[in-house]
Design a binder for this molecule. Structure first.
Ligand SMILES: Cc1cc2nc3c(=O)[nH]c(=O)nc-3n(C[C@H](O)[C@H](O)[C@H](O)COP(=O)(O)OP(=O)(O)OC[C@H]3O[C@@H](n4cnc5c(N)ncnc54)[C@H](O)[C@@H]3O)c2cc1C
Length: 423
């Protein structure tokens, strides 16, 4: 099932408020890793490659970590060590979920007789395969077969046997180009994202099939949510319980992705019921509403963290907001702090946030433009360092607005800075 961008209603309110979605593109993992590694290097964070974590002890005031390069003592430990996370296992965090029903393979190969295979996704009673879109790229899905030992590298013989089974042909593969991947639809979520001073993020916290390409995005979302909170705790200004909001905010999104991928596994089987379900789904995705709904779900524009405050953007990713100087609100967020956009004529809100200076950047922008979608922007918007709207109001002139902002600042940005002076 392929989404046709031409069908999507890009004028939809949620999509128009996030114009970047329409410009989304596939980023090869290698490029993304280089980009993140460069960023980390610019921040001066040392990366030690080839070092394995083998044991850990949470001592209450820190974590003692045994590694193949010797012991490390740290205040906090975040296990970002993948689906078979050692940190999760050593911490004793359960990983409940559903067992795999299929085994998938992905590889780029040389095929002696490609005419024996069809283009696009092709189903049989045993599973399905897809050739393309790049030359030699082959993806297979096979139901009812226990996944082989996933630590063993995928061989050319294994790939050929799988492809022959799911295609019902005697196709011959002659070479494997690059690393091949074997995966399953094992869908599990950590029972807790935090245990004392140990936290989990990325695949260590949740695994699922790669259908729909959501896994890495979900992990990056975890990192964005956790990063600033952990920074606040380490820097000593975190409000009470801030770290616990990580689990509360990220778990529902992880659970949603698990179900989104389970639904796709359900529609992938070779039986008649699944074939009929696929057709129903394909018909729905072939409509304007269906395609728009799917793009909104996959892009995350409809994701909402359950935060107090009834204003529509609260809990959502900050919309594109344009300032009078032509910049976007997001352009001001690279410093990693809070942003307060104040569009009141007298700058009351930005002045109030001055007591949190150093953590909150006030952007007084009286009469600024609306969202990328053309809607009127709220009069005041407080955006957390992870891009989530923490508070918003339509008019900043009332005492209620100031009180609401002050409560949100205390809740998320801690006590006012002593050095910031009187308000
Ligand atoms: C075939 C396939 C296609 C996919 N396509 C997409 C896609 O299109 N889009 C998308 O968003 N996601 C996709 N995903 C999912 C994505 O690859 C994962 O969600 C993502 O790589 C998880 O990142 P991570 O950093 O949490 O874990 P990993 O990528 O698993 O990284 C964990 C790291 O921890 C290290 N490690 C493990 N144990 C230890 C230890 N004891 N000590 C020290 N280090 C350790 C590992 O060596 C590894 O470097 C795909 C997955 C598969 C299998």
């Amino acid at each position: 099932m392929v989404l046709d961008p031409g069908l999507v209603d890009w004028a939809d309110q949620d999509l128009a408020a996030h114009t970047a979605v329409a410009r989304a593109r596939m980023v090869p993992q290698r490029e993304l890793e280089e980009l993140l590694a460069d960023h980390v290097a610019r921040l001066g964070v040392p990366v030690r490659r080839g070092v394995e974590v083998t044991a850990l002890e949470d001592t209450g005031d820190g974590v003692l970590v045994a590694t193949t390069a010797g012991p490390v003592r740290t205040g906090w430990l975040v296990g970002c060590d993948g689906g078979r996370s050692t940190v999760r296992r050593l911490t004793g965090i359960a990983f409940p979920g559903t067992d795999p029903e299929l085994t998938g393979h992905l590889a780029v190969v040389d095929i002696a007789d490609p005419e024996k295979l069809a283009d696009g996704w092709t189903w049989s009673a045993r599973g399905a395969y897809r050739c393309g879109p790049q030359p030699g790229r082959v993806a297979t899905v096979e139901f009812g077969r226990a996944p082989a030992d996933r630590t063993e590298p995928v061989t050319l013989d294994e790939l050929q046997a799988v492809l022959r089974r799911v295609s019902g042909t005697d196709v011959t593969l002659t070479a494997l180009r690059g690393a091949a991947t074997r995966w399953s639809d094992n869908a599990r979520q950590a029972a807790a994202y935090r245990s004392g001073r140990v936290l989990l993020a990325g695949d260590a916290a949740h695994v699922h099939s790669p259908f729909g390409g959501q896994g890495l995005n979900l992990g990056v979302g975890d990192a964005m949510n956790l990063g600033w909170k952990l920074g606040a705790v380490v820097a000593g200004w975190a409000p009470e319980g801030l770290l616990d909001t990580y689990d509360a905010e990220r778990r529902p999104l992880g659970a949603w992705v698990l179900d989104w991928t389970r639904a796709q596994s359900g529609a992938m089987r070779g039986d008649a019921a699944s074939a009929a379900l696929r057709q129903v789904l394909a018909d729905l995705l072939g409509t304007r509403d269906g395609a728009t709904h799917a793009v909104k779900q996959i892009s995350g524009v409809t994701q909402r963290v359950d935060l107090p405050g009834g204003h529509p953007p609260v809990g959502r990713c900050a919309p594109d907001l344009w300032l009078t100087d032509g910049s976007r609100l997001a352009d001001h967020g690279h410093g990693g702090g809070f942003l307060l956009l104040d569009r009141t004529p007298d700058g009351t809100l930005a002045r109030l946030a001055g007591a949190w200076s150093g953590r909150v950047t006030g952007l007084a922008d009286a009469g600024g433009a609306g969202t990328g979608g053309g809607d009127a922007a709220p009069a005041g918007v407080l955006v957390r360092p992870d891009g989530v709207v923490a508070w918003a109001c339509d008019t900043g002139r009332t005492a209620d607005a100031a009180a609401g902002l002050e409560a949100a600042l205390h809740r998320w940005a801690g006590a006012p800075s002593p050095s910031a002076g009187a308000r």
